[in-house]
Design a protein around this ligand. Structure first.
Ligand SMILES: C[S@@+](CC[C@H](N)C(=O)[O-])C[C@H]1O[C@@H](n2cnc3c(N)ncnc32)[C@H](O)[C@@H]1O
Length: 299
């Protein structure tokens, strides 16, 4: 039953390989605009303007809509950022921080010329993406606030520190599959739209994994055992690993082969639960873990 398939490449090129209406739910977190450098050509999030970023995500999710079943849903975690002008050194927009050469620091020396943005404006990107997807035909069903139990500290003194992110739930059409009984509040009441989660050390090695509990909730709410779950921005494979533990199949797409390898390593830790791992790129591994054949396609 358990089956994780990893497609290594640009999701805009890899998603067309999937058969239409084969995916029940998509649980994903794309790179946030201008924040991290995932060291790959063609990475989403590195566009020179946030309007291009929004347009690219609309294109990706248009392809997701093609592969989603009629009653399917998407669960989209997306973060925000600030418009900034200038700055260098350890703290300014051109600083090198942690393990990421922050794209925002290379590029955000200039406030983007859109949406009337001014220096220090919050971009409002999650909602801009949500509205763009709504306009493109998705039914926007829920905005869930992910309250971070251990948010990254911010050294700001002129506004409250950020400690939340957005998760949007969209349906392809109505009616759609949603299991309201499977995840409940402790009191037994219907699940509320604020989730206090994390931190989760299991995705160590990737700069921005989401907590397994986030994936677990979305997968349980949006799919049944035996269904296939998609993550077009697979990263270190959290969606796939959790889907597998919940007896779903998973298809992951990831541009950076190092992260795809990381998924394999995480999967091998729980190998007994993951007898089948297929990986495509130059190499394809058979569903039973045996190397099956070589493929020329690089994407
Ligand atoms: C926020 S991370 C996802 C983390 C993931 N949820 C996890 O738990 O590990 C976004 C991922 O998207 C990948 N990515 C960026 N552009 C991509 C593209 N065009 N196609 C596929 N993956 C892409 C990045 O390499 C990065 O690993």
């Amino acid at each position: 039953m358990n089956d994780i398939r990893i497609l290594v490449g640009d999701c805009l090129k890899m998603l067309p390989r999937l058969n239409p209406e084969t995916i029940q739910c998509c649980v994903t977190s794309p790179p946030y605009w201008g924040l991290r450098d995932y060291d790959s050509d063609g990475q989403i999030g590195a566009e020179s303007s946030p309007t291009e970023y929004v347009a690219n995500l609309v294109k990706v999710f248009r392809e997701v809509r093609r592969v989603l079943r009629k009653d399917g849903t998407i669960w989209l975690n997306v973060g925000d950022g600030y418009a900034r002008n200038g700055g260098t050194g350890n703290c300014g927009p051109n600083a090198v921080v942690g393990n990421t050469r922050k794209l925002i620091q290379k590029r955000n020396c200039k406030v983007p010329n859109c949406w009337g943005l001014k220096d220090r404006d919050l971009l409002g990107l999650p909602w801009r993406v949500a509205f763009a997807l709504q306009e493109d035909g998705w039914i926007l069903r829920s905005h869930i606030t992910w309250i971070k139990k251990s948010a990254m500290p911010e050294s700001v003194k002129n506004r409250p520190s950020n400690a939340t992110e957005s998760i949007f739930m969209f349906a392809k059409s109505s009616p759609y599959y949603y299991d309201s009984k499977v995840v409940r509040e402790h009191s037994g009441a219907n699940l509320r739209n604020y989730w206090m989660l994390g931190p989760d050390p299991s995705g160590k090695g990737h700069p921005a994994p989401f907590p397994r509990e986030l994936a677990r909730r979305c997968i349980l709410l949006g799919s049944r055992e035996g269904d296939t779950v998609l993550d077009p921005f697979g990263g270190s494979g959290t969606t796939g690993l959790v889907a597998s533990q919940l007896n779903r199949r998973a298809v992951l797409v990831e541009l950076n082969s190092d992260y795809a390898e990381m998924t394999k390593e995480r999967a091998s830790v729980m190998e007994s639960q993951l007898p089948m791992l297929a990986m495509e790129r130059g190499k394809e591994y058979g569903r039973n873990g045996k190397k099956a054949r070589l493929k020329a396609a690089h994407s």
